[in-house]
Design a protein around this ligand. Structure first.
Ligand code: UT7
Length: 330
């Protein structure tokens, strides 16, 4: 039987653009208020790219910081995996290749994956396989979005939630980095819910035309209320899966996808997970889709909040529909 190597997280990095956008900004475009957004989502402000920035600026910065943190040179990286639905171009070429070039990862292959808000957890699982099989030594997994570039400023159901930012981890064989052991992970999908969060037109089914452009139906749309119910149920199941058979005393942090503060509090409350163990920073950064989990863990690491040998749980759910979870022993 082929030997499977344990995989660890050797380095972390995250980046959000400097431009701060508060809730009042949206009242110029839609009928909303600071109070509504804060009460219903928990978001007070978020970051958007400046007009002269590119989505890949986010992925590049996050990746660079993860490599620096792991003390790994770009040429040593074997593979760059980028989880995003809002890259530099319309699907071609892969933004991962642009990031690979900018980082100077000259010996790495690179590809994008699309699993929306679950993208980082999908990337982690994929990257893990390359290290576990022994074929790769350094895999850079980046999750991030520039959702301000694909949201409709005139759609209040979605625009007030989504934001820009991302993070990255460098995966290595655990016996090399001796940190962040990925103990277990799982993924799931249900395409019958694909209509809940989507860019309805402008793709292969209805290629771009002037009417689509004028009506903005190529931009991101979300049926928030329907997604809400499913999100609570799924996030509860994922956190429960990650902690099944584990000693709750060993839980360090749950790092959930930051979709909505109310969803996170309801789901973790159902499992009696203490509030102070659920990492929430949605108030500052909004919902950056595949960026939220690596931003959260990167920020927690910088604040020295990760305690050796404790358990960290990642849980995410999003468009596709997709979901995934991972349990890490830090
Ligand atoms: O990250 C990927 C997965 N995404 C999610 O999990 C998101 C899940 N959904 C949500 O977070 C929430 O459903 C939203 C934040 C999107 C919406 O919050 P809600 O409490 O579910 O509101 P709702 O859709 O049930 O709408 C309640 C009311 C409606 O008005 P009526 O019909 O009661 O008159 C909406 O039209 O709030 C209205 N509304 C708004 N009002 C002010 C919807 N959006 C806004 C807004 N400002 N931005």
């Amino acid at each position: 039987m082929t030997k499977v190597l344990p995989v660890g997280i050797a380095g972390l990095g995250w980046y959000v653009p400097e431009r701060v956008v508060d809730n009042h900004y949206f009242t110029r475009f839609v009928d909303t208020s600071d109070d509504w957004i804060l009460q219903r989502t928990g978001i007070a402000e978020r970051r958007f790219l400046a007009d002269d920035q590119r989505p890949s600026d986010i992925f590049y910065e996050a990746g660079k910081r993860a490599l620096e943190n792991a003390e790994v040179r770009p040429e040593e990286v074997d593979l760059v995996i980028l989880a995003t639905i809002s890259g530099d171009f319309l699907g071609c070429p892969a933004t991962a290749c642009i990031v690979q070039d900018r980082l100077g990862c000259s010996n790495a292959s690179a590809f994008d994956i699309q699993a929306a808000c679950t993208g980082f957890v999908y990337g982690l699982q994929i990257g893990k396989q390359f290290i576990a099989s022994g074929t790769h030594k350094n895999v850079l997994v980046i999750g991030g979005e520039a959702l301000s570039r694909i949201c409709d400023l005139h759609d209040r159901n979605s625009v007030v939630i989504f934001a820009d930012g991302g993070g990255a981890v460098l995966l290595q064989p655990h016996d090399q980095c001796r940190q962040g052991l990925i103990e277990d992970s799982m993924l799931g999908a249900d395409g019958s819910g694909s209509h809940f969060i989507q860019r309805p037109e402008g793709g292969g089914v209805k290629p771009m035309n002037p009417q689509i452009l004028a009506e903005g139906t190529h931009l991101l749309r979300m049926k928030g209320r329907e997604v809400y119910r499913f999100a609570v149920e799924r996030m509860t199941t994922l956190m429960s899966w990650a902690m099944e058979g584990q000693n709750p005393e060993e839980l360090g942090w749950v790092f959930p996808h930051q979709m909505n503060r109310r969803i996170l509090e309801t789901a973790s409350g159902k499992l009696n997970i203490p509030k102070e163990k659920v990492y929430i920073n949605i108030q500052n950064f909004g919902n950056t889709s595949s960026g939220t989990i690596p931003i959260c863990i990167g920020e927690a690491y910088e604040k020295d909040l990760l305690v050796k040998d404790t358990l960290l749980v990642f849980a995410a759910f999003g468009a596709g529909l997709t979901w995934g979870a991972a349990r890490i022993r830090w």
